[in-house]
Design a protein around this ligand. Structure first.
Ligand code: B12
Length: 338
């Protein structure tokens, strides 16, 4: 944003009258950010981050310096949103021309019903058959091939998470042994680690720390949370499973993290509440603490942000942090201008 624009915004924030679109703006059919947020189902914070951080939009400005959006902007926002819902990361698609966004949205819109969902189904079936036979090289190939054709989030959503659920169900029903489950976990772990390693954070990117609390051995929720943060412009330090609260806090403080991501998959309810509380007490309040997973306590300790899904909700929460400027948890939900 130019300095001229910034100072106009600063003035506008002190004068409510200046914030309103002029009659000329309205005549041109331009919308304020809140109307666009309502029309697209995105938060105003997300729209600002898409514009400032990713250059996805170039809103017009009212005389008071407030953002105004045209019908073409609205179309662009809807396309970006649709593509993100299909697993594309905002950083990958933000600056594409509108016809390319339309082409990709069209391709994705037709595909998932038939080709993509059939391909996903086939990949999962190949992987499960390979694991059933304890043929880990074949399981590797099935996963590796699917990574070549899918964007990372779509791959996580369409291949990794359903497979983990299926493996768990088969193990619980006795159809698979612990050996099968461990073999499947090892293959998946290797690929998730690969994805995380290949994400490159922009210079000066804010830091996210991902881990599971002490006693929680299931690491994939934390690993995927780290990948999602990496895809959205964070530098990520992944600490793995069962990290004592004090050590997790030390890593967050020493690294200058702005957010800690923890996953609670099967840890018992008491331990989950105790560990989350311990992490929250050990990590300064200026660092946000986002927690998710099936064993997240129904009442999270104060200062812990519960997040239900690793995909859209986590993306939104991380985007809000960027919008706040951001190096801290308290600022993630702080007051902000238009
Ligand atoms: C792999 C696995 C293991 C591996 C883990 C290896 C590893 N490196 O992580 C190992 C072998 C260690 C293991 C051990 C055990 N496991 Co296990 N395991 C699984 C399995 C197959 C996958 C777990 C996983 O990572 N899932 C992926 C996560 C990401 O998906 P999710 O839990 O559905 O989470 C969703 C949301 O909650 C959210 N989310 C999750 N985390 C986060 C974090 C953030 C920040 C956010 C925003 C969102 C979010 O996003 C996800 C997608 O929407 C599950 C099956 C299953 N259904 O999950 C069983 C499962 C979790 N295990 C189970 C059990 C019973 C065990 C053992 C007790 C078995 C035993 N008798 O030893 C031990 C416990 C070990 C311990 N002390 O913790 C049960 C748990 C039952 C319960 N109590 O709830 C499950 C459900 C299997 C089953 N169907 O019964 N396991």
């Amino acid at each position: 944003m130019s300095d001229a624009r910034r100072s106009r915004r600063g003035n506008a924030a002190t004068s409510v009258g200046a914030a309103q679109p002029t009659p000329e703006d309205e005549a041109r059919g331009l919308l304020r950010i809140r109307s666009v947020a309502r029309a697209t189902g995105l938060s105003a914070d997300t729209l600002r981050v898409w514009e400032r951080r990713y250059g996805a939009l170039a809103s017009h400005r009212s005389a008071g310096g407030y953002r105004l959006y045209s019908d073409a902007d609205l179309r662009r926002i809807r396309l970006l949103r649709a593509l993100i819902a299909k697993g594309h990361a905002i950083g990958e698609i933000a600056t594409l021309p509108i016809d390319e966004l339309e082409r990709r949205a069209g391709r994705d819109a037709e595909a998932p019903t038939k080709a993509t969902s059939d391909a996903l189904e086939a990949t999962r079936a190949r992987f499960l058959a390979a694991i059933d036979a304890l043929d880990t090289p074949a399981a590797e190939r099935a996963i590796a091939e699917s990574r070549l054709v899918l964007p990372p989030l779509a791959w996580v959503r369409g291949v990794v998470l359903p497979l983990l659920r299926e493996i768990g169900d088969r193990w619980a029903s006795g159809a698979l042994t612990v050996a099968h489950e461990h073999a499947a976990s090892a293959v998946v772990r290797g690929h998730l680690g690969d994805v995380l390693r290949t994400l490159e954070a922009p210079l000066g990117a804010p830091l996210a720390i991902a881990a599971t609390p002490e006693g929680e051995q299931h690491e994939f929720g934390a690993l995927v949370a780290g990948i999602v943060a990496g895809l959205h412009g964070f530098r990520v330090i992944y600490l793995g499973a069962s990290v004592p609260a004090a050590d997790l806090a030390r890593a967050a403080i020493d690294g200058g993290a702005c957010v800690v991501l923890v996953s609670l998959v099967a840890i018992d309810a008491k331990a989950a509440a105790r560990e989350l509380g311990a992490i929250r007490r050990a990590v300064p309040r200026s660092i946000a603490l986002f927690a998710g997973g099936p064993h997240l306590p129904t009442r999270s300790p104060p200062g812990v942000t519960p997040i239900s899904d690793l995909d859209y909700e986590l993306t939104r929460a991380l985007a809000t942090m960027h919008a706040g400027g951001t190096s801290g948890g308290e600022r993630a939900s702080g007051a902000r201008h238009d």
